[in-house]
Design a protein around this ligand. Structure first.
Ligand SMILES: Cc1cc2nc3c(=O)[nH]c(=O)nc-3n(C[C@H](O)[C@H](O)[C@H](O)COP(=O)(O)O)c2cc1C
Length: 220
């Protein structure tokens, strides 16, 4: 396995939605899963597990659940594109086309990682606030991101998806996930069919970081 630098990986790990169906070697997959285990969790409780889905029938069932969710989401999203400036619209359309492809070929990905979490084992310190709680996710998604970065290191494409979490009861029944566990992400993995990883479009630090007080420029 060729090593790439950490910053290079961070700078180029993007959603890779066009995947070849060729299998992922067991040792590469194990390194990806081991990378996930290195992530921090509240109190080191490690309240997450991952179901590595490779069986054709199970992948087909996941795809059948996912595609209608994506199609509805994409139809809504496309209706909003009309008012956008040309360049931004072009980018959004390219993303939607790639995501359409993923939705209709999800079962062809050699591996789909289904990340699960156990709410009872989490200290969800914002659960009482009058807004949607996010803290529980912080004991799951760092593992997902570690897996994505490890995929990058292996040359594997992957996408963090969450749409299918809306069909959690069906996914739990399909994969035998215990009643007390939830699902947090579905990550199709495979060798890139197109360009794969590459430069990202993100807000610059100046737009996202503040110095000491909200709105005060950092590093001005
Ligand atoms: C919380 C979350 C949920 C996402 N859900 C989906 C999804 O259901 N389907 C999908 O195709 N992409 C999904 N994505 C991928 C995002 O669209 C993608 O990370 C974002 O557009 C940035 O893309 P880039 O890394 O290629 O620049 C999700 C990403 C995140 C972080």
């Amino acid at each position: 396995m060729g090593e790439i630098g950490l910053y290079e990986a961070l700078r180029t790990t993007r959603a890779v939605r066009r995947l070849r169906p060729d299998p992922v070697p067991e040792d590469a997959l194990r390194r990806v899963l081991e990378a996930a285990t290195f992530a921090p969790t509240g109190g080191n409780a490690q309240p997450w597990r991952v179901v590595v889905v490779r069986e054709a029938a199970k992948k087909a069932a996941l795809q059948a659940l996912y595609a209608p969710l994506w199609d509805a989401y994409a139809a809504h999203h496309r209706r909003l594109l009309g008012g956008m400036p040309e360049e931004a619209r072009g980018r959004q359309e390219r993303m939607l086309r790639a995501a359409d492809h993923l939705a209709h070929h999800l079962h062809e990905a050699p591996v789909i990682l289904v990340f699960c979490f156990e709410p009872a084992a989490m200290a969800i310190t914002d659960a009482h606030l009058d807004r949607p709680s996010v803290v529980g996710g912080a004991s799951v998604y760092p593992s997902v991101q570690n897996a994505l970065l490890a995929c990058r290191a292996e040359g594997l494409g992957a996408t963090l998806t969450t749409l299918l979490c809306g069909k959690e009861p069906e996914v739990k029944a399909l994969l035998g996930i215990p009643a007390s566990w939830g699902t947090a992400a579905h990550v199709p993995i495979g060798w890139p069919a197109g360009r794969g990883h590459g430069p990202l479009r993100r807000r610059p630090v100046e737009k996202v970081a503040f110095a000491d007080r909200w709105g005060q420029p950092f590093g001005a």
